[in-house]
Design a binder for this molecule. Structure first.
Ligand code: PHE
Length: 457
């Protein structure tokens, strides 16, 4: 019965590997290369890593398999999918759908920053970027250049989406993801040869429990959990949409495992490039390691400046980040285009053009938020930070919590288990899956929501 539903459905992925690369392309992005390393550096290296990996195999696995299964079972993008699963949850699709509409514009703005850095390194001026942050703040503090690079980034993204699922997204992911993997392994190996890097590697890989308090653990846990959502593109309808393009004959459980391994390995490798090199160049100074979001844009270029061959390594590095950001932006745009096209029955070209214009207009608020509108704030946040906060810390945990409730207590986990069994003989992690969806995931989501509320508001 489900098979029939999929037959007259929109275009889908042509191969299993195409699906895996495209979903991994969505998952692997700025979150892995920019966000993960600075969180790991800040939250004690090895301990963060350990907590993150445990969460990925339990939590991330259960949520991702649920989303992809709902998408494949219903053959619909997020709005239709939740409604078809259970009428009483019709409201959940639109809530999840809001997230990519919020994230896509500002994600493309940050993609533009990366393009700018790539351009600087590619033209041989990498050294100019290495300072105490004047270059970076000067660049984003003036609107014209960020707007230009943002528009170019958004345009490239739209081009791929216009080409469609197989000819655009699947093709580009199949080419770019292996390139990305080779690049990241190459740069990681190179940076580990820097004198002093091995001590940094120790800090990064080995958990150090001395002086580790319960409240530090809680903070690490919450940071790791937030990162997991972002990194695996969960709770925003992306995996539901990609699931709806997945072939029935391919194994769901196996694919999810591979996407997870891909995503987590890239994050760990990115950390392996950034944390040990910053550690080596700062002699393990906690202030350097605690830099947060500016670690990649300000601290790292300083490391490249002093590193042998840093100009070239830096060029390859920002090329890598640009590729990762592009495949993620494609998945974001594809999700909003599929929602718009499904609702209005518009064709892909028109739908993408309209969404592109939307991204440009809303993205400009983020660009201006750092420049000509830098006095304007929403609840004390700058535009970009506000979009990030409201999506990652508010809407996404709510969507995950409700998804667990929907599956665990309304349609029941069997709904997902049956779909997993369509392409496979056995659902190996069924026991784990049930415990996670029925109890552990919802409880964790509640903890995140409550603590975010107290920590941020
Ligand atoms: N998962 C992507 C990353 O790690 C980011 C992303 C977030 C992609 C939200 C799509 C949606 O950077």
């Amino acid at each position: 019965m489900d098979m029939n539903k999929n037959e007259n459905k929109k275009e889908g992925f042509g191969s299993k590997i195409g699906f895996i690369f495209a979903a991994a392309g969505s998952a692997v992005g700025l979150g892995n290369i920019w966000r993960f390393p600075y969180l790991a550096a800040k939250y004690g290296g090895g301990i963060f890593l350990l907590v993150y990996i445990i969460l990925a195999i339990t939590f991330g696995f259960s949520l991702m398999i649920s989303e992809i299964a709902i998408g494949r079972k219903t053959g619909k993008s997020v709005i239709g999918a939740y409604k078809e699963a259970d009428k009483r949850f019709s409201f959940l699709g639109p809530i999840a759908a809001i997230v990519p509409f919020i994230i896509t514009p500002y994600y493309c703005v940050i993609g533009g920053w990366v393009l700018k850095y790539l351009a600087v390194f590619a033209t041989g001026f990498g050294k100019n970027v290495a300072d105490d942050g004047e270059f970076f703040t000067g660049f984003i503090g003036e609107w014209s250049q960020p707007t230009l690079f943002f528009a170019v980034f958004a345009f490239l993204t739209a081009l791929v989406v216009i080409l469609g699922v197989q000819k655009g997204i699947e093709m580009i992911s199949k080419i770019l993801m292996p390139v990305l993997l080779v690049l990241i392994v190459g740069i990681a190996v190179y940076t580990l040869t820097i004198p002093g890097a091995l001590n940094g590697l120790k800090y990064y890989l080995l958990p150090n429990f001395s002086g580790f308090t319960f409240s530090a653990f809680l903070k690490t846990l919450i940071a790791a959990m937030g990162q997991l959502f972002y990194s695996m593109s969960l709770a925003m309808g992306i995996m539901v949409t990609y699931g709806s393009y997945m072939r029935k004959e391919d194994s769901l459980e196996g694919s999810v495992r591979q996407i997870e391994i891909f995503d987590t390995s890239v994050a760990i490798l990115a950390g392996m490039i950034i944390v040990p090199s910053v550690f080596a160049f700062s002699n393990g100074d906690p202030a350097a390691l605690n830099k947060g979001p500016s670690l990649m844009f300000i601290t790292l270029p300083n490391v490249f400046k002093t590193m042998k061959g840093g100009q070239i390594v830096g060029g390859f590095f920002f090329f890598l980040v640009a590729l990762a950001a592009l495949t993620s932006a494609i998945s974001l745009l594809e999700t909003i285009v599929s929602i718009v096209c499904e609702k209005t029955k518009m064709n892909r070209f028109l739908g993408t053009t309209i969404c592109f214009v939307f991204v440009l207009v809303v993205g400009l608020t983020s660009v201006f938020g750092y420049s000509i509108w830098d006095k304007v704030t929403i609840f004390g946040y700058q535009f970009l930070d506000f979009y990030d906060f409201i999506s990652n810390n508010v809407i996404m945990p709510v969507v995950s919590l409700l998804t667990c409730v929907l599956i665990g207590y309304f349609v029941k986990t069997k709904y997902i288990e049956d779909e997993v069994l369509v392409g496979e003989e056995k659902f190996r992690a069924k026991g784990l899956y049930k415990v996670m969806i029925l109890a552990i995931c919802p409880i964790c989501m509640l903890i995140i929501l409550i603590s975010n509320f107290f920590l941020n508001l």
